[in-house]
Design a binder for this molecule. Structure first.
Ligand SMILES: Cc1ncc(COP(=O)(O)O)c(C=O)c1O
Ligand SMILES: N[C@@H](CCOP(=O)(O)O)C(=O)O
Length: 514
């Protein structure tokens, strides 16, 4: 069978020749030559930004930028900013502090403060969505605030970030709101916000494998489907082996095929996410397999850039509210950290109030919030359509509580019916939401109904994954085949016979004025 027409074959042939030529020309060159050619460099105050940063870094009183691991506890009690006694280089392989608590990446804020807010805004804005390596990435455009010491040559990036922030005008009006926005973190390379953190973690692994060749032989994670997709894609891009621990039969088909396609070792384990999380911690403690979950604080350095990006997109105006679905609870802390850095460095003057939205079937943070965070008890997470947040024992509980306390935050929950209805209702205004975004939209609806969020409050809902990853549950909703759920907003397809009358009948039934 002839698949290509003559002109197409000609074009394909020319293209193949061009590629062959490129391959020959690049043979034998240093690896760095294979990086994309940088576009014209961005200028700040009429000077090249590299030169500008270099000159400023060498001005009297300034220090080189650097970041260290410190115990998270030192962030909680404020001692990190005074210089924590316990601190480690980011080139060490470790995930917990001496006392077994979480770690945090602490930046040398005095060095960053050497540059004023106007400088940082102009630098970040100037790099926005360019093609210069690696600054065209929404994450690496903030490199000095992320991993300041990594060489650009070690960075593994797919120019992630720079995701759309759009005005949800029609859905907002339905809720009596004039300033509702959706940040599309799921419109990304692997279809979720995890790309933001994974580019940072895999870049650091790439560096470690060069400077300490035996330290990391593979990278592994436990996952409900999105971390695994991002890990396997970034590892494949860098030629690093990856291993993913998935709870058997608890993730969507689209999520399952992602690590398979990217060549990861996919382990389907007969447990839930919390069980997988325990296992991966055990494995990474006792082998040169590096842990890629958000327990590893490197991940949050990338994820925090979404908060900075939102401020940038609003021309450095702070929204009143930010609503985000929570599972393992790294992301809410990452957003807090991004906003907080902007405030501490004078780019903005306040923080938004954060809302963490949980599925009622996996709601340990909500239960803790209800008792004033006096006690926290893990739960056995039940099945939820928001399968990526079916997590009962979140690793970052302490980080989330800090973020919520510091922002006068709220935790809300959504039942299965509420989350599916909210996603479907918003879809009818042009979105295509995943169930986790449905949880956030349901929380928004409740907070509006109770008058907590006011009509003119600027509110951002973080959409965390692409709806296409969850087509199965959306089809089930619209087919009205989910037991116990009314599918109020279902729009099932109509079967019609192949004749004019039947087609017109179907159209008239739907739009009775025609
Ligand atoms: C699509 C999606 N939304 C939300 C979350 C929650 O993020 P976090 O675990 O950082 O709370 C996850 C992962 O847990 C996710 O995959
Ligand atoms: N939803 C996550 C759960 C694990 O979260 P992590 O951010 O700690 O890696 C997933 O997709 O695996």
């Amino acid at each position: 069978m002839q698949l290509l027409g003559c002109s197409q074959r000609l074009a394909a042939g020319v293209q193949a020749e061009k590629l062959k030529g490129t391959a020959c020309r690049t043979q034998g060159r240093a690896a760095v030559a294979l990086r994309p050619r940088a576009a014209a460099s961005v200028e700040v105050s009429g000077r090249d930004i590299r030169e500008d940063a270099h000159n400023r870094a060498n001005e009297p009183g300034s220090d080189a930028f650097n970041a260290r691991y410190v115990p998270f506890k030192a962030v909680e009690d404020g001692s990190a900013s005074r210089g924590s006694e316990e601190q480690y280089s980011l080139d060490e392989v470790l995930y917990r502090s001496n006392d077994g608590g979480l770690l945090d990446v602490h930046h040398d804020m005095d060095a960053l403060r050497h540059f004023d807010a106007a400088y940082w805004k102009k630098l970040f804005d100037g790099r926005n969505a360019t093609t210069s390596w690696p600054y065209g990435s929404g994450v690496w455009s903030k490199k000095e605030w992320v991993l300041p010491e990594i060489s650009s040559d070690d960075i593994v990036s797919m120019f992630e970030g720079n995701s759309n922030l759009f005005w949800a005008e029609r859905f907002g009006h339905q809720l009596g709101m004039s300033d509702l926005w959706v940040k599309q973190c799921g419109n990304s390379h692997t279809g979720s916000f995890k790309d933001l953190g994974m580019t940072v973690l895999v870049s650091q692994v790439n560096r470690l494998r060069k400077i300490k060749p035996d330290s990391v032989q593979a990278v592994g994670c436990a996952s409900t489907g999105d971390t695994s997709a991002a890990l396997s894609a970034y590892c494949a891009a860098a030629g690093i082996p990856s291993i993913v621990f998935l709870p058997a039969d608890k993730i969507s088909l689209a999520q399952l095929v992602q690590p398979i396609a990217n060549g990861a070792l996919v382990l389907s384990i007969d447990t839930d996410f919390d069980g997988c999380m325990k296992l991966i911690q055990e494995v990474t403690r006792s082998s040169p397999i590096y842990l890629a979950n958000s327990m590893n604080s490197l991940r949050l350095e990338g994820q925090k850039t979404a908060a900075i990006e939102i401020l940038q997109q609003f021309n450095w105006q702070v929204p009143d509210w930010l609503i985000i679905p929570g599972g393992n609870l790294g992301n809410i802390y990452a957003f807090y950290k991004g906003f907080k850095m902007c405030k501490d460095l004078g780019l903005v003057d306040r923080l938004p109030r954060l809302v963490c939205a949980q599925a009622q079937n996996a709601n340990p943070l909500y239960l803790a919030y209800k008792n004033g965070y006096d006690t926290f008890a893990p739960v056995k997470a039940q099945t939820t359509f928001a399968s990526a947040i079916q997590i009962g024992d979140p690793v970052s509980i302490d980080r989330a509580v800090l973020a919520l306390r510091e922002t006068d935050g709220i935790v809300e929950e959504a039942s299965e019916e509420e989350l599916m209805d909210a996603a479907a209702r918003a879809d009818l205004t042009g979105m295509f939401n995943c169930p986790h975004t449905g949880v956030a939209l349901a929380a928004l609806t409740k907070l509006r109904e109770r008058g907590v969020i006011a009509p003119s409050d600027r509110t951002v809902v973080v959409s965390t994954a692409h709806g296409l990853k969850f087509a199965q549950s959306k089809v089930a909703y619209h087919s009205q085949e989910i037991e116990g759920i009314g599918s109020r907003y279902a729009n099932p397809p109509v079967q019609v016979k192949e004749n004019f009358g039947s087609v017109m009948d179907a159209i008239r039934t739907k739009f009775n004025q025609l």
